[in-house]
Design a protein around this ligand. Structure first.
Ligand SMILES: Cc1ncc(COP(=O)(O)O)c(C=O)c1O
Length: 402
């Protein structure tokens, strides 16, 4: 009765596995539970955005437009222009951007949007990093493509070497996913890396799907983006600089607004048009109040530095407590620690049993082919999403127990 891709392939969602792993263990009741397993920012969304949603009285009985309110699309284009120093007026709010219900929706649907039944006479392939964010894998599998997981490990700076894929496979690739800054390792793709990958995608008529939802959370310099990388090698005089490229952004991290469910896709107008078509058939429109609040959030530039400082403080705490242990490094972007603890599952159990801390075994966000070891088994992923005091308490317990 059911789709076997759901019943047979998509059976091991990390948080379901984590719950099963911890269920038999009783944590110590004298310690408060600190959840470091989910990447859910615990800071507050700016109150002006909440007020805008609350003030929305008229729109609840009407269908919002699929293509996004002009004020939202305009605010997104202006933000991209500021953030990536693009020429003013280059981005067209009607052609280059499209709002989505969080970046998760965008990265999930892009595989289906861009994958035909066959490519080069064979089953299409969707390439993604390994470890990976689950929606890439779900999108790849449910599009009917064969997922190709490409290792991102410490030997390649945690950036997958898609250029080592053989030519015959490249011909079958429809979509390449990249996450920069990366969840979980925090690696940032350089302009050079992005340009080379985009050229490879163009050569093989594949979509480069760059998930930039952590673009505003960084510890050093602001991470470059794929739109600016594409523009810097444009040879069309600005007419078609983003060919084959889609980037995905979100307010969940930038504005502590995970519950707002607001993001967007930007890039090649051909891709944007097909995303719009896909969403007119099956996608959720975004409520008026959410669109209006989102427009205001993309326009407002004083709160993201405050958000960044929240995480920088946490990384300073992590550096103090963990600096010479577990292969600690302060990531370039994002808010995760990716700690080499030897045995990720065992460490996760121990942290729950002895310290009432919930973390995620690294192996749960990695997939090994049959017969190959899970290269992320030795890691745990620790989301530093709490305030500084809670983070200090959590990492002190972690350092004592492991
Ligand atoms: C890498 C990555 N992409 C996308 C998302 C989706 O976020 P949202 O849909 O809230 O924008 C997340 C959420 O944690 C993520 O870690």
């Amino acid at each position: 009765m059911f789709n076997p891709r759901l019943t047979e392939t998509l059976t091991d969602f990390p948080f379901a596995r984590l719950n099963a792993l911890l269920a038999p263990i009783t944590p110590p009741s004298h310690l408060s539970m600190i959840n470091l397993s989910v990447g859910e920012p615990q800071g507050a969304m700016p109150s002006f955005a909440r007020d805008i949603v609350n003030q929305e009285v008229d729109g609840w009985n009407r269908y919002p437009p699929n293509q996004g309110l002009p004020e939202l699309n305009q605010a997104i284009c202006e933000w991209l222009t500021r953030r990536y120093k693009l020429p003013k007026g280059l981005l067209d709010p009607e052609r280059h951007v499209h709002p989505t219900a969080g970046s998760k929706e965008g990265v999930y649907i892009i595989a289906t949007v861009a994958t035909p039944q066959q490519k080069a006479g064979a089953r299409p392939v969707v390439a993604l990093p390994n470890p990976f964010y689950q929606a890439y894998f779900g999108g790849a599998v449910l599009s009917g493509a064969e997922p190709l997981l490409v290792d991102a490990n410490d030997s390649n700076g945690f950036l997958p070497c898609f250029d080592q894929i053989d030519e015959a496979t490249w011909k079958r690739i429809t979509v390449v996913y990249l996450c920069s800054p990366a969840n979980p390792q925090g690696a940032i793709a350089s302009i050079d890396y992005l340009q080379k990958l985009l050229l490879l995608c163009r050569k093989h008529d594949a979509v480069l799907a760059v998930d930039e939802c952590y673009a505003e959370i960084y510890t050093g310099a602001a991470p470059p983006g794929a739109l600016e990388a594409a523009l810097a090698m444009d040879e069309t005089g600005g007419k078609d600089p983003f060919r084959n490229l889609a980037v995905f952004h979100s307010l969940s991290k930038r504005s502590n607004a995970a519950g707002l469910r607001s993001g967007f896709v930007a890039g090649d107008p051909r891709i944007i048009a097909m995303v719009l078509r896909w969403r007119t058939y099956g996608g959720p429109q975004i409520p008026f109040g959410v669109q209006k609040a989102s427009a205001a959030l993309w326009r407002e530039e004083t709160h993201p530095p405050v958000t960044r400082e929240w995480y920088r403080k946490n990384f300073r705490v992590a550096e103090q407590i963990l600096h010479n242990r577990f292969g600690y490094y302060t990531p370039g972007g994002g808010f995760f620690l990716w700690l080499d603890v030897g045995d990720g599952e065992e460490a996760t159990r121990k942290l729950w049993r002895e310290a009432h801390l919930k973390v995620l075994p690294g192996g749960y966000v990695y997939r090994a082919d049959a017969g190959r070891p899970n290269a992320a088994d030795k890691y745990i992923r620790v989301a530093l999403v709490h305030d500084e005091k809670t983070t200090r308490e959590a990492l002190t317990r972690l350092g004592q127990v492991l």
